[in-house]
Design a protein around this ligand. Structure first.
Ligand SMILES: Nc1ncnc2c1ncn2[C@@H]1O[C@H](COP(=O)(O)OP(=O)(O)OP(=O)(O)O)[C@@H](O)[C@H]1O
Ligand SMILES: [Mg+2]
Length: 266
């Protein structure tokens, strides 16, 4: 139930494994750190990551009115993984997934939120369509790695959201560069700057870059994302900067009234 949610923001990518869940989780926490009431919804039916990234093993409580999201690290979270047994893959076909997602989306009692960040499954398809049909999405953030193959997927994903008439908030480049913890040298393992280039081509803001860093991965694995685990680290600051850019861009989108377009599907 979303009557009191001001902004729904999908975090998507054309390709799997580029760090959508990592960016979604840390961005949600960085937004909460600005004093905003924030929620995180994990719609990844194929491999929900939020229960692991937040170290949540408990099932959320069901009431007569709906499901109560779990409060962890200062935000409300709900994952499709809470509804399925851990380790059990979902093997439904498209229409069933759509039905399951819309039921899950309409039954969570979010209460009043400034931001609901939605961690999308990889690729284009059913989940994006179900989300866009189920709720008014303020905008989408596209996450990419810097190299060209990933960028092609970014453009495809961006154009799909355009067809759904969901505005693009901007592009985040993840695994942008690596700083050697021993000597401080910087390496651009997956090339560099592709995210900015894609944002320019799409005519949307470049929201920021996140380094490839072991503490980002271990934080996610241990249930304490880096923004909570090491709030003073340069990596956490990168997420805070992205959050500030997102807030600024949303203000701009609201002003131009291109946001809040009711979805009609393809
Ligand atoms: N900047 C980073 N530095 C180090 N490790 C990272 C970084 N970003 C993501 N990872 C790690 O890479 C793996 C994939 O990241 P994540 O699960 O966030 O990607 P995803 O795009 O959500 O994947 P999927 O498409 O499967 O949903 C995880 O183990 C995560 O901890
Ligand atoms: Mg993911």
């Amino acid at each position: 139930m979303l009557q009191n949610v001001k902004h729904v923001i999908a975090v998507a990518s054309g390709k799997g494994g580029v760090g959508k869940s990592t960016v979604a989780a840390n961005l949600a926490l960085a937004l909460a750190d600005t004093g905003a009431a924030t929620g995180l919804l994990d719609l990844d039916v194929y491999g929900p990551s939020v229960p692991i990234m937040f170290g949540v093993r408990a099932q959320p409580e069901g009431t007569d009115h709906g499901i109560v999201p779990i409060f962890k690290h200062g935000i409300k979270i709900f994952s499709i993984g809470f509804l399925t047994e851990r380790g059990t893959p979902i093997m439904w076909r498209g229409p069933m997934i759509g039905k399951f997602l819309s039921e899950a989306m309409s039954n969570v009692l979010w209460g009043a939120l400034d931001y609901l960040i939605v961690d999308m499954p990889p690729g284009t398809g059913d989940a994006a369509l179900s989300l866009a049909q189920a709720m008014p999405v303020t905008g989408t953030i596209i996450v990419t790695t810097p190299q060209d193959v990933a960028l092609e997927d970014v453009m495809r994903s961006a154009h799909m959201f355009e067809r759904l008439r969901v505005p693009l908030v901007g592009v985040v480049e993840n695994m942008s560069y690596y700083v050697c913890p021993h000597c401080g040298a910087r390496d651009e393992i997956f090339s560099y700057g592709g995210g900015r280039k894609a944002a320019e081509e799409l005519g949307v803001p470049f929201l920021g870059e996140v380094p490839l860093n072991v503490a980002i991965r271990t934080g996610g694995d241990a249930g304490v994302p880096i923004v909570r685990g090491a709030p003073q680290s340069p990596q956490a600051k990168a997420f805070a900067e992205i959050a500030a850019n997102v807030v600024a861009r949303l203000a701009e989108l609201v002003e131009t009234e291109s946001a809040f377009v009711p979805m009609t599907g393809l």
